[in-house]
Design a protein around this ligand. Sequence first.
Ligand code: ZN
Length: 326
Amino acid sequence: MKKLQVKVGLILLSFLMVVTTPVLAAPNGNAKQALDNKIVKRIKVDNIYEHVSYLSEEIGSRAAGTEGEARTIDYLVEQFESYGYDKVNVHEFTFTSRGEEITSYNVEALKEPMKNHDTEQQIIIGSHHDSVAWGPGANDDASGTGVLLELARIYANTPTDTTIKFIAFGAEENGLWGSRRYAEAMSKEEIESTVAMFQLDMVGSKDAGDLIMFTADGKTNTVTDLGAAAGSRVSDIVPYSELGRSDHVPFHHLGIPAALFIHTPLEPWYHTEDDIMDYISKEKLHDVANIIGAATFQITRKDTPALEKSAVKPVPVDYDYEEPNL
Ligand SMILES: [Zn+2]
C-alpha cells in the first residue's frame, strides 16, 4: 500500500514538473540571483577552511589573555590588511575573572561606502575569535571567524552604499565581554545608524543540525527577514528561535536588530577538546557564507538601503519559529 502511494506521488510530481517548468524558469528568478551572485560566486570555501585550520590547528586554544589570543589578533589584523582595509581597529578592553584582571581585544575592519552613495547606515557582521581554554574551538568559533574573513575579503572590492563593520570579538566565552564592551562604547549616533547585526557562531560542524537564527527576544527582525529571504534564494529558508548566549545580545539590548546564526542541535564536541578540524564541514561553511553574503549584500548594495526599498524585490518569505533545540 505504501509503495503504491509513493509511485502515484512520483507520477503526479513528474506531471507537475513538466507543467510548471516554464514558470519556474522565468527570468525574474535569475535576475534576483544575479545580484546575490556578485558576492556568492566569489566565495572560496577553501579560504574559509584554511582560516579555520590556522586558528584551530596552527594556533589552537585562543582563550582571552593568552599567547594564543595574541597570535590570533596578529593573524586577523594581517588578513584584514591584506584585503586592502586601511582602517583596522584593535579595540583593547579589560574584564575581571575570578579576581584576576584580563586584557582582551576586538578586531574590527571598516568597509566604507561609496562617496556619492552613502546611506549613512551601517551593519555589523560579527564572530568571536576566542575559544574555550581547554580546546582548539574549530567550530566554536574559528568557523564563524573564517566566514567573517572571507566575506571581508570579497567586500573589500565590492561597492556598497552602507558601511560594514567586520568585528571578531574577544572574550566571548568568558561572558560576552568583547561585544559588551564594544556596545558600551557606541555613541548614540552609531547606535541609531546601525540597522542590522549578524552574528556567526558555530557554523561549520558536520555533526550539528541545521542552520537557525536566534534572536534574544524570540521575535523576527530585519536580520532574520534578510536571512530567511537570502536562504530561500541561495539555500533553504532558515527558521528562527529564541536564544541569547552569543555576541548578538548586547546589540539587541541597544535596540539594534540582531541575530545569531548557528547550527542546532549542537554537535557532541561543543566546548570539548575534540572541537577539531576533523569535524568541520566545507559544505556547511560554504552554505552559511552564501546565506550571510546574500543577506548582507541585499541591505548594503547601492539603492537597497532596506528590505522594503530594494530595487529588486527580496521576496520576503514566510519562515517558521522553532523551539530551541540545543
Ligand atoms: Zn561560541
